[in-house]
Design a protein around this ligand. Structure first.
Ligand SMILES: *Cc1c(COP(=O)(O)O)cnc(C)c1O
Length: 394
C-alpha cells in the first residue's frame, strides 16, 4: 500500500460530502430545464429553428460580453467554424498545445490544415509563451505580414490557446507574440465558460472562440457548443456556414457554398437557457469546492493543488492535483486507490503528438508536456460537492 495514495484518499474523504461514489463531473438539472423542454415539445419546434436558440445565443453573448454568439451542435464544430472564420485552409499550419483534448487538433485537420504542436507552461498547464517565442524566432521568418515556417515552407497562420481545465491562458503576452508574428488567435474556450482573464471573459481575445456544452462541462445542453465573436460580418458568416450556407432564392432552396449542418437544435438550447440561469450558483459552489481542496491537499507532501493563475478568475471546471515529480508508477497507484474507493479520478489526455494520426506533425520541444503527462490527476469537481450546507465549511 502506497502511503501517499492512502493519505490522498483519506484527505479527499474529509473534504467530500457523505456519498458512496464521486463522479468526475456530473450535470445537475435543478432549474427550469423540464419546463423549457416541455414547452419546446409542446410547440413542436425541436429542431434548429425556435425561440430557445435565439434566447440562448442572447444569454450567452450577454454573459460572456461577446458581441455575438452562434449556437452549434458541439464544441468541436464550434472550433471548426471559428477556424473557418480565421480563413484556415489546407496550406496552413496552426499552432496548438499538445496537451489538450483531441478535438482541438481535429478541428484543424477538418480544415485540411496541419496542427503544429507546442509546449505547455509547467505551472499553469496552458501554453508557454516565452518558450514559443524562442522557438518561432528560430524556425520562422516573417515577410509581408506572414509567418513562414522555414522548415516546411508553410504559412503558420494561427494559434489556438486552450484554457485548460477552465484556467485562463496568459493572454496578454500571447497577444503581443501574435502581433509580432502576425498570427491569428482562435481561442479554445470549450472548458472556460465563467473564467476571466484580467476581468475579461475568456473567448473574447481573438478572432473567434469556441465553447462546449457537452454533458461533462460546467453547463450542458446535452451536446452543444457555441462560437463567440466580436465582429458582425464574421458572426454572420459563422451563422451562414453552420446553417448549410442556405440562401434561398424566392421559394427555391439555394446554398451558395459548401456549408455545415452544425446549428444547435431548439431542444438543446432549451436546456442551455435553463442551465445558464444557474451558472452563477454553479460557479460559486465549484469555487468553494476548489478552496476546500486547496486548503487541505496542499498540506500533503509530494503533491499540490492547481490554483487559478495570477490575474485570472477560473471556473475550476476540473480540479487538478499535481504530483511534485513526474512518476508514472505513483500516478497509477493513486488513480487505482482513489477509483477503488469510489472517488473517480483520471489522468490527463494522452499528449496529441503521441496519437497515431498526429505522430508526424511538426512539433517543438515538448519536454514540459512529457513531464506533465505523468503529474496530473483530475479529481471530482461536480458543483454539488461544494454545497455549503454539506459537511466541511471554509
Ligand atoms: C470538450 C472540449 C472540446 C470539444 O467539445 P465537444 O463539445 O466535446 O465537441 C474541445 N476542446 C477542449 C479543450 C475540450 O475540453
Amino acid at each position: 500500500m502506497n502511503e501517499l495514495a492512502q493519505n490522498i484518499v483519506d484527505t479527499l474523504f474529509e473534504i467530500l460530502p457523505n456519498q458512496t461514489s464521486f463522479p468526475l463531473h456530473e450535470p445537475f438539472f435543478n432549474g427550469n430545464e423540464k419546463e423549457y423542454l416541455m414547452e419546446c415539445i409542446n410547440s413542436r419546434f425541436v429542431s434548429s429553428v425556435g425561440k430557445y436558440v435565439d434566447k440562448f445565443e442572447k444569454m450567452l453573448a450577454e454573459y460572456t460580453g461577446a458581441k455575438h454568439a452562434i449556437a452549434v451542435v458541439n464544441g468541436t464544430a464550434a472550433l471548426h467554424i471559428a477556424l473557418k472564420l480565421a480563413d484556415i485552409s489546407s496550406e496552413d499550419e496552426v499552432l496548438v498545445p499538445s496537451l489538450t483534448f483531441v478535438g482541438t487538433a481535429n478541428a484543424i485537420a477538418y480544415c485540411g490544415a496541419t496542427p503544429h504542436f507546442i509546449d505547455s507552461n509547467i505551472n499553469t498547464l496552458c501554453l508557454d509563451v516565452e518558450k514559443l517565442d524562442n522557438y518561432l524566432e528560430k524556425i520562422t521568418r516573417v515577410a509581408n505580414n506572414t509567418c513562414i515556417n522555414k522548415l516546411t515552407n508553410k504559412k503558420i497562420k494561427a494559434i489556438i490557446p486552450v484554457h485548460i481545465f477552465g484556467h485562463p491562458a496568459d493572454m496578454e503576452p500571447l497577444m503581443d507574440l501574435c502581433d509580432k508574428y502576425h498570427l491569428k488567435v482562435v481561442e479554445d474556450a470549450a472548458e472556460s465558460i465563467g473564467s476571466y482573464y484580467k476581468g475579461r471573459h475568456t473567448g473574447n481575445f481573438g478572432i473567434a472562440s469556441a465553447i462546449s456544452f457537452n454533458g461533462n462541462k460546467t453547463i450542458t445542453t446535452g451536446g452543444g457548443g457555441a462560437v463567440l465573436c466580436n465582429n458582425l460580418a464574421l458572426a454572420e458568416k459563422a451563422r451562414h456556414i453552420s446553417t448549410t450556407a442556405r440562401s434561398d432564392k424566392d421559394w427555391h432552396p439555394f446554398h451558395d457554398q459548401i456549408g455545415f449542418n452544425y446549428r444547435m437544435p431548439n431542444i438543446n438550447a432549451a436546456l442551455g437557457c435553463a442551465q445558464i440561469e444557474q451558472l452563477p450558483d454553479i460557479l460559486k459552489k465549484k469555487r468553494l469546492l476548489a478552496k476546500k481542496y486547496n486548503d487541505k491537499l496542499n498540506k500533503i507532501k509530494g503533491i499540490s493543488f492547481l490554483w487559478e493563475p495570477d490575474h485570472s478568475q477560473s471556473n475550476f471546471w476540473l480540479n487538478t492535483l499535481m504530483l511534485d515529480k513526474a512518476d508514472p508508477e505513483l500516478l497509477n497507484q493513486i488513480l487505482k486507490l482513489t477509483n477503488k474507493n469510489g472517488i473517480l479520478t483520471r489522468p490527463v489526455w494522452t499528449p496529441l503528438h503521441k496519437l497515431p494520426m498526429y505522430r508526424h506533425s511538426p512539433a517543438m520541444d515538448l519536454s514540459s508536456v512529457e513531464k506533465l503527462e505523468n503529474r496530473i490527476i483530475n479529481i471530482p469537481s461536480s458543483k454539488n460537492l461544494g454545497d455549503e450546507n454539506r459537511g466541511y465549511q471554509v
